[in-house]
Write a protein that binds this ligand. Structure first.
Ligand code: FMN
Length: 400
């Protein structure tokens, strides 16, 4: 979570800065918007003021009867300075160190490297002046979020279209080495395994993968290197996260064990089948036979318990316990001790509106540091709480 200064300059893509602002806020960032004069002709400042909940910086000179150093204040408060969209003109002014308006003056006073997401017509993008100006900014450490190819607002086809707001926000996350999980390697299993019965059927469960996805998103935003071991998850994948697919309990166990050595944190969030059919029928099981069908099942490997037996070496091991009913919390506490996990995330799946498939969850975190109840929250917020606890546990293992 950072204090982001979002500079909006005057291109047709200025309206997309609204999505950038919303996504930054969704990731927990606080955002201050500064607009150039041209940007104000494309989008009204009132939209940014209302959505950011803060004054929008429009001009270098405010009320001229009072001292006003807002360009210095804004530069001081910003932890990340992002200009999206950045016009060819604004890029040129930044490259040449000009300070003839509020945005360029903030950029001059801002001590860190700026992030720039250019958007312009292809010919402007390819112009040698723009190429040279971008090279100058890059040489000074600026991060350029490259534009995409496609049909531009003026009907031309080519490079110059503003990168997607999601890609811009992902670049902000990757650009910020100050995150509290920076340098940590976090592996997360997500989704639900499917155990084949025959060539077309399987035994599965209703896990959507949303909780694991939220964990991956937040861990990435906090600077971690994130790998997701995905069991049958059909959700959009985040930029900057590595995904491996593993469909069955056996495959998931294999990739989880392989990932152990290189992990600082293992979060076993996937719903893994406890049993699988002892034999997988060839073709499709025929229904023309007896009125009943009995399928012999055998235990699958308990991946969490197996990892819990390995030498821990400073790693943090997190398990999930989806339990129903009053005794669930006791079973979750017991699970942590039995499986030698550092943290168990208990969710009561009998509670309405939480757990599998839903957007919200209510979890209890059970660790050596005590117990925390989240109350009903979005899965994103639950992910943040879980990773706060992981952060605390990593601190303890580092201190040992
Ligand atoms: C309809 C229209 C669309 C424009 N779109 C862009 C654009 O996408 N990118 C760009 O670099 N300039 C674009 N311009 C030109 C800029 O608005 C112009 O260079 C302006 O001086 C930029 O000022 P600023 O960089 O201070 O915001 C556009 C101009 C008009 C009239």
């Amino acid at each position: 979570m950072a204090e982001v200064l979002l500079g909006v300059s005057g291109g047709i893509a200025a309206y997309k800065a609204i999505d950038v602002l919303r996504l930054l806020q969704k990731d927990g960032h606080r955002v201050r918007v500064v607009m150039t004069r041209s940007a104000q002709r494309f989008v009204g400042p009132a939209t940014f003021a209302a959505l950011s909940g803060r004054d929008v910086g429009l001009s270098l000179f405010g009320d001229e009867t009072a001292p006003d150093y807002r360009h210095l204040e804004y530069a001081r408060e910003a932890e990340v300075m992002l200009i999206a969209p950045a016009t060819a003109n604004t890029i040129a002014r930044l490259a040449h160190g000009m300070g003839d308006d509020l945005l360029s003056s903030v950029a001059l006073a801002y001590p860190g490297p700026v992030m720039v997401a250019p958007a312009m017509n292809t010919r402007m993008w390819e112009h040698p002046a723009t190429r040279a100006n971008l090279a100058t900014l890059e040489a000074r450490g600026a991060t350029i979020v490259p534009p995409g190819h496609g049909v531009l607002a003026d009907g031309d086809v080519g490079a110059g279209r503003l990168a997607s707001p999601a890609d811009i926000v992902a670049a902000v996350a990757a650009h910020r080495p100050g995150g509290d999980l920076f340098g940590r390697r976090v592996v997360i299993t997500a989704g639900g395994t499917r155990e084949p019965l025959d060539a077309v059927r399987y035994l599965g469960n209703r896990s959507s993968g949303r909780m694991g996805w939220a964990l991956a998103h937040d861990a990435r935003n906090r600077g971690a290197t994130v790998t997701v071991l995905a069991a049958n998850v059909d959700l959009p994948r985040d930029e900057g996260v590595t995904y491996h697919d593993a469909a069955t309990a056996e495959e998931l166990g294999r990739v989880a064990r392989a990932a152990w050595n290189d992990a600082d944190v293992m979060i076993m969030c996937a719903a893994v089948a406890d049993y699988r059919p002892r034999a997988v029928a060839d073709g499709k099981i025929d229904k023309s036979g007896a009125p009943e069908l009995t399928i012999a099942l055998e235990r699958t490997e308990d991946i969490l318990a197996r990892l819990g037996e390995l030498p821990r070496g400073g790693r943090v091991l997190v398990g999930f316990a989806a339990e129903a009913g009053e005794d669930g919390l006791r079973r979750a506490r017991d699970k942590r001790l039995r499986k030698n996990a550092d943290l168990i995330v208990h969710n009561d799946i009998s509670r309405a509106g939480t757990g599998f498939g839903s957007e919200e969850n209510a979890v209890t975190l059970i660790s050596s540091r005590g117990e925390t109840e989240s109350g009903l929250r979005s899965k994103r917020e639950c992910a943040r709480l879980i990773l706060d606890e992981v952060r605390g546990l990593l601190g303890e293992t580092a201190a040992e």
